[in-house]
Design a protein around this ligand. Structure first.
Ligand SMILES: NC(=O)c1ccc[n+]([C@@H]2O[C@H](COP(=O)([O-])OP(=O)(O)OC[C@H]3O[C@@H](n4cnc5c(N)ncnc54)[C@H](O)[C@@H]3O)[C@@H](O)[C@H]2O)c1
Length: 252
């Protein structure tokens, strides 16, 4: 069974811990030790207070479900410890120097960096943009203002521009736009909307290119403990882990 080191014991971390059946989680780490302790209790792992000790634990892969800051602080060390890495806070890879350094480190250490599909569908085929550049790549996201810590009376647009700018202002909310850009090989356009009537997070993706055109609308159920996070995002990590060693590779 694959052995996971869980970096980040919040909402996604809880969902992963509760599904630890076909994998084990021997090691968990969070800057808030109580959270790590709670998750360790759920998955019968060990909660580490020292990141170095966490890295030295007997694990095959580290699943980051923490923050952009956690990726920046720890991703390279994970790879240097010859462990594969799943990154949820993909906004960290918006910094191309950092991203290239991680890729070079993974190459040198024979490890892999996985970016799950997260809160959207379609990330797989966006990679055609690397072969035939897309003429349109737009993410239109609508969330309840509360999940962004805002209070507004009616639906309104709070950002319009490139993903690499949007992620700087909303590092917890538009990770998918950075993932789309990484897949397609070109920066995505983003429109971020807040709507007090929205009880679900909605991602609409508009794609045009030499292949034709596509429109994907994903209406996500917010996770119970954190309305900013879509349940689909946690499920996408679980499906990635379930298939990681399979000889049959689908939709990549
Ligand atoms: N790619 C996607 O589609 C997608 C979708 C949803 C969430 N996310 C991202 O995944 C991450 C986790 O989401 P969540 O809903 O579980 O968040 P959360 O806020 O519920 O939990 C994050 C946990 O990580 C811990 N943490 C933060 N920084 C840390 C650090 N430097 N070292 C150790 N622990 C740290 C926090 O204490 C917290 O317990 C967030 O960055 C979120 O933006 C990505």
């Amino acid at each position: 069974m694959i052995r996971i080191g869980l970096l980040g014991c919040g909402n996604i971390g809880h969902i992963i811990a509760r599904h630890a059946e076909e994998f084990t989680i021997p090691a968990v780490y969070d800057t808030i030790p109580e959270r790590a302790g709670e998750i360790a209790g759920i998955c019968k792992g060990e909660a580490f207070r020292d990141f170095g000790a966490f890295l030295n634990a007997d694990t095959d892969i580290v699943v980051e479900a923490a923050s952009v800051g956690a990726v920046r602080a720890h991703a390279k060390a994970v790879l240097l410890h010859k462990k594969n890495l799943v990154i949820m806070s993909v906004g960290a890879l918006n910094d191309s120097t950092f991203k290239e350094d991680l890729i070079a480190t993974a190459r040198k250490t024979g490890t892999k960096i996985y970016i799950p599909s997260g809160a959207i569908f379609g990330l797989d085929n966006l990679k055609i943009g690397q072969i035939s550049p897309l003429t349109k790549l737009l993410l239109k996201t609508t969330k309840n203002p509360q999940s962004l810590g805002l209070s507004v009376a009616k639906r309104q647009q709070i950002f319009s521009g490139k993903a690499n700018e949007c992620i700087k202002s909303y590092p917890k909310n538009v990770n998918v736009s950075v993932a789309m850009g990484l897949a397609a090989g070109q920066d995505a356009d983003v429109e971020l909307w807040v709507d007090p009537a929205a009880d679900k997070n909605t991602h609409e993706i508009f794609i045009e290119g030499s292949f034709g055109e596509s429109y994907i609308r994903v209406t996500n159920v917010p996770s119970p403990d954190n309305p900013a996070t879509s349940y689909l995002a946690a499920l996408s990590i679980l499906s990635l882990i379930k298939n990681i060693d399979s000889p049959l590779v689908i939709g990549t």
